[in-house]
Design a protein around this ligand. Structure first.
Ligand SMILES: Nc1ncnc2c1ncn2[C@@H]1O[C@H](COP(=O)(O)OP(=O)(O)O)[C@@H](O)[C@H]1O
Ligand SMILES: CC(C)(COP(=O)(O)O)[C@@H](O)C(=O)NCCC(=O)O
Ligand SMILES: [K+]
Length: 270
């Protein structure tokens, strides 16, 4: 039983090898750990579960490992995935400093889509990374996420409300001409933030040399993908790939991960 867990700064995502549905839990939701423990415990009843964790939030990852070990002992074997476990060439100065979610997303996208490509991961932040024709990770850019930007507007002003992005893009096409310019405060905030994120991505794709394929993932990926698709004849394909990071982790062939021995503490032995 192989499980992939993507520990982000807003949510934890859990994927099981060979299964399409993914468990998503907000880090801030106090019941999160219970749900995750139950999920891991259920999966490890039948056989020892190998849990591959890609984390960009040390406190959350440590709490998850500690609490699971307290309940499941060695039935759950954690492996914290780092840059040197991944079969992808990394062209940045310090690969160990690049967010592991960005590297796993780049690896997964390089398997499934035409290169060169850009990976957009829209969550707490929006990362926009380039993978070249030779499947080399070339680095990228980091932008505040949709929720972070609305929270900043609400925190910095008297009159602007915090707004929820979930479901916002299914109900309406925020960037369609009839909604522009926005006629009320909430619409103006949504239009301003989404158009600036989408516009920034379009500019970055240009600066990256106009790759033909843009793979979009992350909890706000549906909004961002819809925005990219609604812009006038985008000269690249937009591929929405929900939960790219945890699903890549869960479905990565064991032989593809380097041969370091994982221990049940989740710490790596070299
Ligand atoms: N069940 C959910 N829990 C948390 N965030 C969700 C959920 N469903 C959709 N979202 C949206 O996903 C965003 C978090 O995206 P995600 O990619 O998980 O972030 P990160 O990887 O940075 O933790 C939130 O800002 C929210 O808008
Ligand atoms: C940029 C990130 C915060 C994105 O994390 P997320 O939005 O998924 O919570 C994460 O990839 C990270 O902590 N990166 C380390 C710095 C870097 O990638 O250069
Ligand atoms: K992410």
């Amino acid at each position: 039983m192989i499980i992939g867990i993507d520990v982000g700064n807003t949510a934890i995502k859990i994927a099981v090898q060979g299964e399409s549905d993914v468990v998503v839990r907000r880090v801030s939701d106090h019941a999160t750990m219970d749900t995750i423990l139950k999920t891991l415990w259920n999966y490890s009843q039948a056989e020892t579960a190998e849990v591959r964790i890609a984390s960009v939030n040390r406190a959350t990852a440590n709490e998850l490992i500690t609490q699971t070990r307290a309940v499941a002992g060695d039935a759950v074997r954690f492996r914290q995935i780092t840059w040197d476990d991944l079969p992808i060439a990394i062209a940045t100065e310090h690969p160990e400093r690049v967010g592991i979610d960005r590297l796993v997303g780049a690896l997964g996208a390089s398997y499934d889509y035409q290169r060169p490509l850009v990976v957009v991961d829209a969550g707490t932040t929006v990362t926009v990374d380039l993978v070249d024709t030779g499947a080399v990770y070339r680095g990228g850019a980091i932008v505040p996420g949709l929720e972070m930007q609305t929270a900043a507007l609400a925190a910095g002003t008297d009159a602007l409300p915090q707004i929820n992005w979930q479901g916002a893009c299914q109900s309406q096409d925020l960037l369609s001409p009839q909604n522009i310019p926005a006629l009320d405060t909430v619409a103006a905030i949504r239009l301003g933030i989404l158009s600036s994120v989408v516009g920034g991505i379009q500019r970055l794709v240009e600066l990256y040399g106009n790759p033909q394929c843009v793979v979009v993932t992350g909890g706000d990926g549906d909004c961002v993908a819809a925005g990219l698709r609604s812009s006038a004849n985008p000269d690249f394909d937009v591929e929405l790939h929900p939960h790219l990071v945890c699903r890549t982790l869960a479905n990565l062939d064991s032989a593809a991960l380097s041969k370091t021995q994982a221990s049940s503490t989740g710490l790596r032995q070299r």
